[in-house]
Design a protein around this ligand. Structure first.
Ligand SMILES: Nc1ncnc2c1ncn2[C@@H]1O[C@H](COP(=O)(O)OP(=O)(O)OP(=O)(O)O)[C@@H](O)[C@H]1O
Length: 241
C-alpha cells in the first residue's frame, strides 16, 4: 500500500461476454498516484478487464473499489463523477465534431463550469497541437493528434483514475515515447493514477511503476515494472521478448 493508499482495488473479479467468463478471479491493486501496466498476449483479457472496471461490462462476481467505495450498484454514467475516465481502444474520438467540441464533451457532466473551463485551458496548454487545431474535425487529425484528443478529453473531466487501452496502437515510436512521457508528467505533476493496457510491453514497462501480467484471463504475476523488465524467463513465457 502506498502512503496515499490504494485508489483501485479489484478482488476476485469474474467477467466476460456470455455465460463463459473471460476473466477468472482477477485481483489487482493500484496505489494512488502510480501507473500500472497490464500486459500479456492477445486475448489474455486485458481489454475485458478495463471494460469491466469502467462499467461497460457488468461483473459476474467479485468487487471493484475506487478510493474505498464499492462500485457495485453505481450506475455506469455516475462512474465519471467518481473520478474514472476510460479511453477505449480506438480512442472514441468523434470524427464529425471539432477538436474543441470533442474536448468539451469530457467536461459536460461537471457542475463546476468554471473549473471545467480551467481544465480545458490546461489541456490546450498541455497539447499545443490541439490548440492550433481547435476548429479541425476529429477525422482530419493524424493518429497521434487523435490520441492526444482522446487523452485530453479524459483529462478535461479531471479524473483520479485514467483507464487507457492501447494508447500506442498505430502510432510512430516517437509519438509513443511522447505519450508515455506525458503519462509520467501527469502522474508526477497532478498525482494522476493510470491503469494502462498495452501491447507495446517495452514502452509500457518503461513508464509504469507496477506491471501486471495476464494470461488466459488470470493475473499470473504482479511486480515492480523494473523487475518484470529484468525477468528473462517471465518475459519469454508471457511477453514474447
Ligand atoms: N465483444 C466480445 N464478445 C465476445 N468475446 C469477446 C469480445 N471481446 C473479446 N472477447 C473474447 O475475450 C477474450 C479476451 O479478449 P480481450 O480483448 O479482453 O483480450 P486482450 O488481452 O485485450 O487482447 P487484445 O490485445 O488482442 O485485445 C478473447 O478470447 C476474446 O475473443
Amino acid at each position: 500500500m502506498s502512503e496515499r493508499g490504494d485508489l483501485l482495488v479489484v478482488r476476485d473479479l469474474v467477467a466476460g461476454y456470455g455465460a463463459a467468463p473471460v476473466l477468472h478471479a482477477v485481483d489487482l491493486t493500484v496505489p494512488a498516484g502510480t501507473i500500472a501496466a497490464v500486459v500479456g498476449a492477445n486475448g489474455a483479457g486485458k481489454t475485458t478487464l478495463l471494460r469491466t472496471i469502467s462499467g461497460v461490462l457488468r461483473p459476474q462476481a467479485g468487487r471493484i473499489e475506487l478510493a474505498g467505495e464499492d462500485l457495485r450498484g453505481v450506475p455506469v454514467e455516475r462512474l465519471v463523477h467518481r473520478g474514472m475516465a476510460h479511453v477505449p481502444e480506438g480512442r472514441g474520438v468523434i470524427g464529425e465534431l471539432s477538436v474543441d467540441e470533442n474536448l468539451r464533451l469530457g467536461g459536460l457532466w461537471r457542475r463546476d463550469r468554471a473549473d471545467a473551463a480551467r481544465a480545458l485551458d490546461e489541456v490546450y496548454q498541455l497539447f499545443e497541437p490541439l490548440a492550433r487545431r481547435r476548429r479541425h474535425l476529429g477525422h482530419q487529425l493524424s493518429g497521434g493528434e487523435r490520441q492526444m484528443l482522446a487523452l485530453g478529453r479524459a483529462l478535461v473531466g479531471r479524473p483520479r483514475l485514467l483507464l487507457l487501452d492501447e494508447p500506442s496502437l498505430g502510432l510512430a515510436p516517437r509519438v509513443v515515447a511522447r505519450t508515455m512521457a506525458l503519462l509520467r508528467q501527469l502522474r508526477d505533476g497532478t498525482g494522476l493514477t493510470v491503469l494502462l493496457v498495452e501491447q507495446n510491453v517495452r514502452s509500457a514497462l518503461s513508464v509504469a511503476d507496477q506491471g501486471v501480467v495476464m494470461s488466459l484471463g488470470r493475473v499470473v504475476t504482479t511486480a515492480p515494472a523494473t523487475a518484470l523488465r529484468d525477468d528473462v524467463d517471465l518475459r519469454h513465457a508471457y511477453l514474447g521478448f
